[in-house]
Write a protein that binds this ligand. Structure first.
Ligand code: ADP
Ligand code: MG
Length: 925
């Protein structure tokens, strides 16, 4: 998809280049420039004569201008709009003047290397300003306070030689784009004093940025600083006066770091010890944050502002914190030092009464309970809980915790209640002493080994405890012996467990029924390889079998849980005939899609993706995302049935849509050798799609967005019922809990202007794309058609012009359509009007998806009056968290997903899970 877009840009570039080479006339532009600015620099002539000899102008031997160098001249006036016809220009240095008006486009000045525009009074930047500047190395536009708000354009990625980009105090809004992996030469990025919002982009981590100045944004940049830890070449980092949160990351790789400005943010947690020993560090500011733990101590050459009173350090003098405080701060670290803890976890006494979520015994000395239930926490369960040796109650339920349960927690001597239910915990199920009430329902991956390494990675990559000699219980001295004792205790427990298992099978069975599936006690790793799964008639392991096998060998395998369906790689390999070319359904931006047929004849579509992401981070996101997506069921959304992770591959399994994509039916109908779609079919497809997208929007307002709405993502069932595919979550889900970062994509031609320019994600971006799809349905033409002349190649631009008269619209209609009867024509006109409305330039002018559905509904019904209303048994107005809550509330009934669907079912309404009427009685309890 991104490739496509690049291709189109290239296309445009070539056209523009052709135009510019024909009209190039440097004398004319130079004459315009000379007349437009005042005072006219000495030796300049307004008629353009002898421009190569003017002061500050250089030319090549064919009298083409290569450099304009007129800085600091108090010049006023505006630049000529066709400045970019100076196609040989390499340097444009006009800084420190009083030039105003619009900055003309520099598009396609492919030789331009240096541009200095700073300290002027420019008022706006023309569109395509940065397009095709393939040689650009240095760019500065700082201190242009009169510029109307603009955002950093994506075209900048074409400037692959860019070394310096300076735009401080230049009225930039929006977020910092995530494209710095594409600018390998960039060393200086200066964007201070703007109104940038959002988080530091992940691609910073793959950049070579040395000096990063992002300080003093109006509203403030937010999110964590973790990405800094992989920017080993950093020297100056100015992030002060923003809204950054979370801990200071481990910067031990940043050995060139000289100057670190972090003051005036919302940073929490313990200052990493590694920061204090960075060899080159000279200047640090930390004041006015919410930093906790011991007072940091820097070398005597380092100039440092700590903020004793404006931070929350445990003591006002250097030295270790109280052991319970230390343990709790480690616990906080492993969940990314959330603000809700930092607000009250101050000072050196965890039992002082005002530490939230912590309770102590009557003596007010020992922490006896930690209650993190339902706090929306991300991250892992800290082994440091084990250092709170009086702990009786530990409630971690209803969060989004990942990683495994630290085995060491089984050693807590007083523990009575341990609740981790409703999280995303994975790994081995530790065996607690019988007196511990260990609740762990609804952790779909518990009992599964999640491959690729360290599942205990903290959410924030802040100082790992190993590198922090202050952590008691982990410090070299005591950890060995504590570890040994714990090891012995565990071995004894495991041994006792085995005895118990053999001798008291009935007892075990009772517990089994009480708490759901448990791992075979006595065997610490009841992780059964997926390939060892007993396979059922259709190749999947179904709940009924799971149940009937409960005393068999593989009874402990929670294959299905809560709609999360992990499917064996072996099975997928087998049913796609070893991913045979013959079974390829299509190729997309994320991988190849194969058709598969299970033993009972059920057909599936398997999307096979190579993962570029290393480690568990991406994996956790992938799992969290599918955890939600497998539960999103709607008649007009392609159902995700399950997934599989195999080394670097990730596979998604979807219901198979036998009639392929809308794209094939509109533009390539020979594929299915079917007649072209009738108008009735087209409106009905549009309505289906509208309903599917409307449902997505209703789930989480702004947060559940289609990634790429286009006809190849509209799939058709047997009865030509349409379903949309490839939707995803974006972060900032309202409760923070189900937020999953998803790379948003959009195909050129369907992109709303505000999304193309600023990457702003709203439901109105989908509405725009939907409008384009409507235009395609009417005209039978692609959103972008390179075979067409320029003024027609971009469907939206062209069709919106067509809309002015009925006659024009009639002429634009797909020739495959029969428009003889009045009724069809009326219907087409209504859809055309809707398409125009949906693609309005300003997002607020576009209707909601609900409106689109209301317009299309009657058009379909006029032909099918008898068609019953959509039988959706759930409330459209529920938000995603509400839907999920309903699912959770219904867990007592069942949360199994019946995989034994048959072929016809793929085109009948699929109802969301968790509603009792949608379940059969198969249940493990
Ligand atoms: P994209 O959305 O970028 O076109 P995808 O990766 O979503 O690519 O899918 C590639 C192609 O595979 C689709 O265009 C379609 O032809 C086919 N395809 C995808 N999912 C299914 C499915 N569930 N049933 C049938 N064909 C599918
Ligand atoms: Mg697709």
């Amino acid at each position: 998809m991104a490739n496509n877009r690049r291709r189109h840009l290239l296309h445009l570039t070539v056209i523009l280049l052709l135009i510019s080479s024909v009209t190039a006339d440097d004398a004319a532009v130079m004459s315009k420039l000379s007349s437009a600015i005042s005072p006219v620099p000495p030796t300049w002539k307004q008629n353009g004569d002898g421009y190569c000899d003017w002061k500050g102008i250089s030319c090549d031997n064919t009298k083409r201008v290569t450099s304009i160098n007129i800085p600091g001249g108090s010049l006023t006036g505006t630049l000529p709009s066709d400045l970019n016809t100076l196609s040989q220009l390499k340097t444009l240095a006009i800084q420190r003047n009083k030039l105003n008006g619009q900055l003309p486009s520099l598009a396609n000045l492919t030789l331009l290397e240096e541009v200095y525009l700073d300290s002027n009074n420019f008022t706006s930047i023309s569109s395509n300003f940065f397009l095709g500047l393939s040689s650009l190395q240095k760019f500065s536009i700082s201190d242009n306070v009169n510029l109307s708000p603009w955002s950093i354009p994506n075209e900048l990625t074409e400037s692959t030689n860019l070394q310096t980009f300076e735009a401080s105090n230049a009225n930039i809004t929006g977020s910092i784009p995530d494209f710095f992996d594409k600018l390998p030469s960039l060393q200086d990025l200066r964007l201070s004093y703007n109104n940038l919002t959002g988080e530091l982009p992940a691609s910073f981590g793959e950049s070579e940025i040395v000096n990063l100045w992002l300080n003093n944004q109006d509203q403030g940049l937010s999110g964590g600083l973790d990405v800094l830890s992989s920017m080993s070449q950093l020297s100056q980092v100015w992030l002060q006066a923003n809204e950054f949160t979370g801990g200071i990351p481990d910067l031990s790789k940043c050995t060139s770091l000289l100057d670190l400005q972090l003051r005036d943010n919302q940073l929490t947690g313990v200052v990493p010890v590694s920061l204090m020993s960075l060899p080159k560090l000279l200047n640090v500011t930390l004041q006015n944050n919410k930093l906790q733990g011991p007072l940091p101590v820097f070398g005597k050459d380092v100039k440092v502002e700590l903020g004793l009173t404006t931070n929350s350090f445990c003591l006002a003098i250097p030295g270790d914190c109280d052991p319970q405080v230390t343990a709790l701060l480690e616990v906080a670290r492993d969940i990314g030092y959330p603000m809700s803890l930092a607000e009250s976890w101050k000072g050196n006494n965890a039992c002082g009464g005002d530490w939230n979520f912590v309770s102590c015994d009557p003596s007010e000395k020992n922490v006896t309970s930690v209650n993190f239930g339902k706090r929306g926490f991300l991250g892992t369960i800290s082994p440091s809980f084990a250092n709170l040796t009086s702990l009786k109650t530990l409630l971690l339920n209803d969060n989004s915790l990942t990683g495994s349960i630290p085995e060491i927690l089984t050693s807590l001597p007083d523990l009575q209640l341990f609740n981790v239910s409703n999280n995303n915990i994975s790994g081995a199920i530790p065996v607690f002493p019988p007196k511990v009430n260990f609740l762990r329902d609804n952790n779909p991956f518990l009992g599964h080994n999640i491959p690729s390494g360290n599942t205990n990675q903290p959410a924030s990559s802040s100082n790992s405890s190993d590198s922090d000699p202050r952590s008691p219980g982990k410090s070299k001295g005591s950890s060995g012996s504590v570890g040994m004792i714990i090891g012995i205790v565990i071995s004894v427990l495991v041994f006792v467990g085995i005895i118990l298992f053999v001798s008291y099978k009935c007892y075990v069975k009772n517990r089994y029924q009480k708490f759901g599936r448990v791992g075979s006690p006595g065997n610490g790793k009841e992780l059964v390889k997926e390939s060892e799964l007993g396979s059922s008639s259709n190749g999947f392991k179904v709940p009924t079998e799971l149940q009937s096998q409960s005393s068999g060998d593989h009874s402990e395998m929670p294959v299905f849980e809560r709609g999360n369906v992990m499917i064996s790689y072996q099975v997928l390999k087998q049913v796609t005939d070893n991913f045979s070319d013959n079974n390829v359904l299509g190729k997309g931006g994320f991988g190849v899609v194969y058709k598969g047929e299970l033993h009972d004849g059920t057909k599936i579509a398997v999307k096979r993706m190579e993962s570029g992401v290393k480690g568990t981070k991406g994996l956790n996101e992938f799992q969290a995302e599918i955890g939600v997506l497998t539960k999103v069921r709607h008649r007009h959304l392609v159902a995700l049935l399950g997934y599989c992770v195999n080394e670097h591959e990730r596979l998604l399994v979807y219901e198979y849509m036998p009639q392929g994509t809308l794209s094939q039916h509109l533009f390539d109908w020979s594929v299915h050798q079917s007649p072209p779609l009738s108008w009735k079919q087209r409106v009905s497809i549009a309505l289906d799609v509208g309903r599917g997208v409307e449902y997505l929007h209703s789930l989480a307002q702004q947060s559940f967005i289609h990634r790429d709405l286009k006809p190849s993502n509209i799939l058709l069932g047997n009865d030509m019922r349409a379903k949309v595919a490839d939707f995803g979550l974006v972060k900032n889900a309202p409760d923070g809990k189900y937020s999953v970062e998803t790379k948003l994509a959009g195909t050129f031609g369907y992109l709303a202007p505000e999304y193309a320019a600023t990457g702003r994600v709203t439901t109105k971006v989908d509405v725009f794309a939907f409008g384009v799809v409507l235009m395609e349905l009417i005209t039978g033409r692609k959103a972008l058609d390179e075979t067409m002349p320029d003024e027609r190649c971009h469907l939206v631009t062209w069709f919106r012009r067509v809309l002015i008269s009925k006659e024009n619209i009639r002429k634009s209609v797909d020739q495959m359509l029969d428009t003889d009867d009045e009724e069809t024509l009326e219907s087409i006109l209504k859809v055309a009007e809707l398409a125009g409305h949906c693609t309005a330039r300003e997002p607020f002018q576009r209707p909601d998806m609900g409106h689109a559905v209301n317009v299309l509904g009657p058009l379909v019904e006029q032909w099918k009056p008898s068609q019953q209303k959509e039988e959706e048994t759930y409330d459209h107005r529920m938000s995603l968290p509400e839907v999920l809550q309903r699912w959770q509330a219904d867990e007592g009934t069942s949360r199994m997903f019946d995989m034994s669907f048959d072929q016809t079912q793929s085109s009948i309404p699929t109802k969301p899970l968790g509603f009792s009427d949608t379940f059969d009685s198969t249940d493990c309890r």
